[in-house]
Design a protein. Structure first.
Length: 293
């Protein structure tokens, strides 16, 4: 169930909000912009929801019809009223790959039609948005200060994923939390919903043995963080992802599944790297494959 956090800081005057928005014109400095986002978040009600995880596997080669690419975690975010998000959940529940592919084509068409905004316009949209959202996993921030531009009804982001050495334990990572900052009115009004799809890569024995040495409490190391959230299939605006402002356009599913499936680390190198650096290397290699297209 969503957890609502309300503090006295949520109750601010219209003058205070207007003052914050007036800072838009002076946000040439990235740090000032990020600070303004944090200030905006403090003013808002916060609603936290643990997102549903779905395990997914496909041997297909058409990335545009896959729920998630191999070796990635795909986070869908949409309006609660989004018909495509409802169709996606229905297709997943059906277990029919044909239905899932059709929905993904429709989502890909929507995402690919988005136009890129200039940086200043993106900043303005973020500061004026009624609701912001972010994703966290344990202590790791996956996306901070996000919005759906122009009230788009759905989008998604791909995050590199090492793979789990414990395939029978699901989910393999800590919960991914959707934190939504819901304005300054008398009560919070969440408008977003989400879903997490995990596509496990095939790990070789040396990789499995290395990743098994990562402590249970550090399993968030298996996924990328805010510096590696991939925009190959994403149209979103974020305050902190990649740089202080990232506006990413879509070439939905452009990464080739085969590139991600073929990623391997030489066992000799794994012995030299150790478990944590092996995880980091796998993430870096999957990130490169995602952005290669």
């Amino acid at each position: 169930m969503p957890k609502i956090v309300t503090t006295s800081r949520n109750r601010i005057s219209k003058e205070k909000l207007t003052d914050l928005q007036s800072k838009i014109s002076g946000l040439d400095d990235e740090l000032s912009f990020v600070n303004a986002i944090q200030e905006k978040k403090l003013m808002n009600h916060k609603v936290s929801t643990s997102l549903e995880f779905v395990s997914y596997t496909s041997k297909g080669e058409d990335g545009t019809t896959m729920l998630a690419l191999p070796g990635t975690i795909r986070i869908f975010i949409g309006l609660k009223t989004s018909p495509l998000l409802k169709q996606l959940k229905k297709a997943i529940a059906s277990g029919k790959e044909t239905e899932q592919g059709e929905v993904m084509k429709s989502i890909g068409d929507v995402v690919a039609s988005r136009k890129l905004s200039d940086r200043k316009s993106a900043q303005k949209m973020i500061l004026e948005a009624s609701n912001l959202f972010e994703f966290t996993c344990g202590t790791k921030t996956l996306l901070d200060g996000g919005i759906l531009p122009y009230d788009d009804n759905i989008t998604y982001l791909d995050i590199p994923y090492c793979g789990t050495p414990y395939p029978k334990k699901f989910p393999p990572i800590p919960p991914i939390i959707l934190d939504e900052f819901c304005g300054t009115g008398p009560k919070p009004l969440p408008k977003f919903d989400g879903l997490v799809v995990i596509h496990e890569p095939n790990l070789v024995k040396a990789e499995i043995d290395a990743l098994k040495q990562i402590p249970t409490g550090s399993r968030e190391m298996l996924i990328g963080g805010s510096t590696v959230a991939i925009g190959t299939s994403v149209w979103y605006v974020s305050a902190v992802a990649l740089a202080a402002v990232a506006v990413m356009t879509a070439t939905a599913g452009c990464a080739k599944p085969s590139l991600l499936r073929d990623i391997r680390i030489n066992p000799t190198l794994i012995n030299k790297l150790g478990p944590q650096r092996t995880a980091s290397q796998l993430l870096a290699m999957r990130e490169k494959a995602l952005t290669a297209g």
